[in-house]
Design a protein around this ligand. Sequence first.
Ligand SMILES: Nc1ncnc2c1ncn2[C@@H]1O[C@H](COP(=O)(O)OP(=O)(O)O)[C@@H](O)[C@H]1O
Ligand SMILES: [Mg+2]
Length: 256
Amino acid sequence: MAVFYLPQGREIEIFRHAWRSRLPLLVKGPTGCGKTRFIQHMAEALERPLITVSCNEDTSATDLLGRHLLLEGETRWSDGPVTRAVREGALLYLDEIAEARADAVVVIHSLSDHRRELFLDRTGETLEAPDDFMLVVSYNPGYQRSMREMKPSTRQRFVSLSFDFPAEENEVRIVAEESGVEPKIAERLVRIGRKIRHLHELSLLESASTRLLVAAGKLIAAGVPPRLACVAAVAEPLTDEPEALAAMRQVIELSI
Ligand SMILES: Nc1ncnc2c1ncn2[C@@H]1O[C@H](COP(=O)(O)OP(=O)(O)O)[C@@H](O)[C@H]1O
Ligand SMILES: [Mg+2]
């Protein structure tokens, strides 16, 4: 299998059952903990094409469904990613769905319940999703608490899986495998990550993720001195606050 994914629990089994039962899936968890990697792995395991949309506060229904384009004087309908995924029976992954505009979230309602239909108001078409089609959305519950949360009426439609940073041993294996550093170094990187995650007084918006530890490992594997690599790949991306940076530097210097 080309996409390396180390399971955290029984998520592969649940995903397979949801797919077979034609139920949509919600994966929640902090940034950089392996959600996207998991979906990529499952698309490959199920031999389905994967169509990913990274949602942001500008993502609208039109962006998802499609639009009429003027091409050489002619108007032509052009499918958006959601429409394309339904036509192809693909695995559709809407990353950070809670960020999207309300009209975009409404688009997925009829797709996420028993109807499994997509209504294109611009063309008057109703598409029925083929059996192979699956909708997966992700959501980061801790991210900017004051911002839009997912509405209960939307959430209730999804089978849901909670992700978190991998258990220590697993994270060491992931960092070693992904970055190419030796296990001893991976262990130290993971220790740094775990310590920073426990420094609540830093009040970071997001914490030292597996992704950042992998990035530090890659720099080290490329020959960057370990402390410098950790500051550049872990500490600096997390904050601009001098005090928080100093605290993280200290953790790094004590650990590697
Ligand atoms: N369980 C895992 N198996 C393999 N790699 C992982 C795993 N968890 C995290 N990673 C590594 O961390 C990186 C970030 O994970 P990603 O799936 O992009 O996070 P998210 O989508 O949750 O923000 C991946 O590119 C991969 O290198
Ligand atoms: Mg992701």
